[in-house]
Design a binder for this molecule. Structure first.
Ligand code: BTN
Length: 244
């Protein structure tokens, strides 16, 4: 299945595989493309954050074309979260969960993140799905250590990052039409670690204390704040209140 890709690129050291993908899209390169790197010097996360990317992790970008009308970033992100979470569970035996919308968690700590970006060219959307997984033990700084973990730290076992790249890059396109049929959404809900929880949600720099009620078929989070129920596709869960 991995030969679905027209281009497979391995980079020893790069600023960011997503940034590299954008450069490739500017040139006439055939899609789908798989780019993966041993480490990144400027790994990027959602909302302009940094994704620490030392040796021993998965740093990959999948690039493909999609019609503009079908491209919904929240759906691509949540679909990818299911693919990544399933791959980690299958390979390691862990039971990861998903913190809406793009983070894979284990034992209340982040193991993996997803950054979906797009470039519009000639009326077509080129989608860049960036995936980072902390595989081998890394020396995170004191602050990060409280919220981030690695597979090795969780189960004391070393895996080759390539094992995850092969599994994810294959299953991503095997189940791809589930984005259009929304078939993956039930699994996304089952894996959610926020549904039913009291959470802190940041929307436009404002922090809201809400209860996560559900995730709808478009991947949007449904929350209740006091007696008001509403949906969000762009908010950020800053904290899931523990013991609630
Ligand atoms: C997040 O945690 O908010 C998303 C992290 C996404 C990290 C991956 S690593 C490969 C790709 N290249 C990047 O610069 N970012 C993504």
């Amino acid at each position: 299945m991995i030969n679905t890709y027209k281009n497979i690129i391995y980079l020893e050291n790069i600023d960011s595989t997503n940034t590299y993908a954008k450069e490739m899209i500017k040139k006439e390169t055939e899609c789908p493309i798989l780019i993966y790197a041993n480490k990144q010097t400027n790994g990027r996360g959602r909302l302009g954050r940094t994704f620490v990317s030392k040796n021993g992790g998965v740093y990959m970008s999948i690039v493909f074309k999609m019609s503009l009308k079908d491209f919904k970033p929240t759906l691509v992100t949540s679909y990818t979260a299911v693919v990544v979470s399933d791959a980690i569970d299958k390979i390691t035996g862990l039971k990861t969960s998903i913190k809406w919308v793009n983070d894979i968690y284990i034992n209340n700590k982040k193991l993996s993140g997803i950054l979906v970006e797009s470039v519009i060219k000639n009326n077509e959307a080129y989608i860049i799905v960036g995936i980072g997984i902390n595989v081998l033990h890394q020396q995170f700084d004191q602050e990060l250590k409280q919220i981030v973990t690695t597979i090795e730290d969780e189960i004391n076992q070393k895996y080759n990052p390539k094992t995850f790249i092969d599994e994810i890059s294959t299953s991503f396109f095997t189940h791809f039409n589930k984005i259009l049929t929304r078939e993956y959404i039930n699994k996304y809900r089952e894996k959610s670690c926020v549904i039913g929880k009291n959470i802190f949600l940041t929307i436009n720099n404002e922090i809201h204390q809400v209860k996560a009620i559900d995730i709808d078929d478009e991947g949007e989070l449904i929350v209740r704040e006091k007696d008001k129920t509403y949906k969000t596709y762009s908010g950020e869960i800053t904290k899931v209140k523990i013991n609630n």
